[in-house]
Design a protein around this ligand. Structure first.
Ligand code: UDP
Length: 317
C-alpha cells in the first residue's frame, strides 16, 4: 500500500496525534510530518517512527508562524492541552494554540491548497442542556469559568475554520471528539481514566469527584482514529461527533475499573466536584453513521483490557 500524499499532524507527540501518525504511516502516505512543541506531548509516543524515511518531526509551537516546505495534501490540527488539569495549568497556551495556531495552519492550508481537519470537542456543548448531544446543539458554555479557555478556543477554532471555508473555499473538516481512551494516555494528565487506573494499580483510593452521578461516554482510540480518517476523506464540511454513545456514571466507572484489578486494596473516595464539570455527556452519532458509515467497534470491556495492559507497564514499570 503506497500513495503519494503528504500530511501534517500537529500535536503529533500527544495521545491522539501519535495514533494518527501511525495510521497515516500504515496507509502508506509518502510523507507524514509530525509537529509538536512537547509541552504536554511525549516524544516517546512517536519514537518508533523516527527510523522511517517517510516520517519527519518538527519541534515547533504552531502558535508561531508555521513553515513547511513542499507539497501538503492534508493538515490535521491536534495540538492543544486537552485535559482539564492541563488547560488549567496552561490557560494562555491553550487559547493561543486554538486561535493563533489554527489561524496559522489555515493560512498554511490555503497556501498549499491542502485540506484541513480540526480537532474540536464535546466541550463546545459545555454543560449541555440537551441530551444526547447532536451537532446542531449550540451548547451551554461559561466563557469565564475554568474550562472557558479550552471551550472558547475550540469554539473560536470552529468559527474560524468555517470562515476560511466560506470566504476562501478552503476544504475543511471538523471533528467533535468525545472522551477517548487507550494506550499512550499520559498517566498524570488528571483525567478520570488515567487517574483511576493508576490509583487502582498502586492500591490508592479512587478519587471520584462529586457524588459520581455525572456521566461520560468513553470511546476507544482505534475507533476514534477510524472515524477521523473517514471524515478527512469524506466530502462533508460540517461538524461530526465521533464518540462512543455507551454512557456510564463516573461512580460506576470507578467500580468497573476496580473490578478489573482483582485484589486491589483501593476503594472509592469522594471529593469536591470541580467547577463547571459537565453533568452529562453522550454523543448522538446519527450523523457519523449516515455520512461516514461509522460506528464504534470496541466495547468498554475490550478497550479497557487493552488499556489496562498499557497502564500496568506505565505505572508499575
Ligand atoms: N473525575 C473524577 N476523578 C478524577 C478525575 C476526574 O471523578 O480523579 C471526573 C470529572 O470530574 C469528570 C469525569 O470524571 O466528571 C471525567 O473527567 P475527565 O477529566 O476525564 O474529562 P472531562 O470529560 O471532564 O473533560
Amino acid at each position: 500500500m503506497h500513495n503519494d500524499k503528504s500530511v501534517l499532524i500537529t500535536g503529533a507527540a500527544g495521545f491522539l496525534g501519535s495514533h494518527l501518525c501511525d495510521r497515516f504511516i500504515a496507509e502508506g502516505y509518502s510523507k507524514v510530518i509530525g509537529m509538536d512543541n512537547l509541552i504536554t506531548g511525549d516524544i516517546r509516543n512517536i519514537e518508533h517512527l523516527f527510523k522511517l524515511e517517510q516520517f519527519e518531526f518538527y519541534h515547533h509551537d504552531v502558535s508561531n508562524y508555521v513553515h513547511v516546505p513542499g507539497q501538503l495534501d492534508y493538515i490535521l490540527h491536534f495540538a492543544s492541552p486537552a485535559s482539564p488539569i492541563d488547560y488549567l495549568k496552561l490557560p494562555i497556551q491553550t487559547m493561543k494554540v486554538g486561535s493563533l495556531g489554527t489561524h496559522n495552519l489555515l493560512g498554511l492550508a490555503k497556501a498549499k491548497k491542502a485540506r484541513m481537519l480540526i480537532a474540536s470537542t464535546s466541550e463546545v456543548y459545555g454543560d449541555p442542556l440537551v441530551h444526547p448531544q447532536q451537532e446542531d446543539y449550540w451548547g451551554n458554555v461559561n466563557p469565564i469559568g475554568p474550562r472557558g479557555v479550552y471551550d472558547e478556543a475550540k469554539r473560536f477554532q470552529e468559527a474560524l475554520t468555517m470562515a476560511y471555508h466560506n470566504a476562501h473555499g478552503l476544504e475543511t473538516r471538523i471533528v467533535r471528539i468525545f472522551n477517548t481512551y487507550g494506550p499512550r494516555m499520559r498517566v498524570d494528565d488528571g483525567r478520570a481514566l488515567p487517574a483511576f487506573f493508576s490509583q487502582a494499580l498502586r492500591g490508592e483510593d479512587i478519587t471520584v469527584f462529586g457524588d459520581g452521578s455525572q456521566t461520560r461516554s468513553f470511546c476507544y482510540v482505534d475507533d476514534l482514529v477510524e472515524g477521523i480518517y473517514r471524515l478527512l476523506l469524506s466530502d462533508y464540511h460540517l461538524p461530526v461527533n465521533i464518540g462512543n454513545p455507551d454512557e456510564i456514571t463516573i461512580k460506576e466507572f470507578g467500580e468497573e475499573i476496580l473490578s478489573l484489578i482483582p485484589g486491589t486494596k483501593s476503594k472509592l473516595s469522594f471529593h469536591p466536584l470541580p467547577k463547571d464539570d459537565p453533568q452529562k455527556r453522550r454523543p448522538d452519532i446519527t450523523r457519523a453513521k449516515e455520512v461516514l458509515g461509522w460506528e464504534p467497534k470496541f466495547d468498554r470491556k475490550q478497550g479497557l483490557a487493552i488499556t489496562l495492559a498499557y497502564f500496568r507497564k506505565a505505572v508499575l514499570g
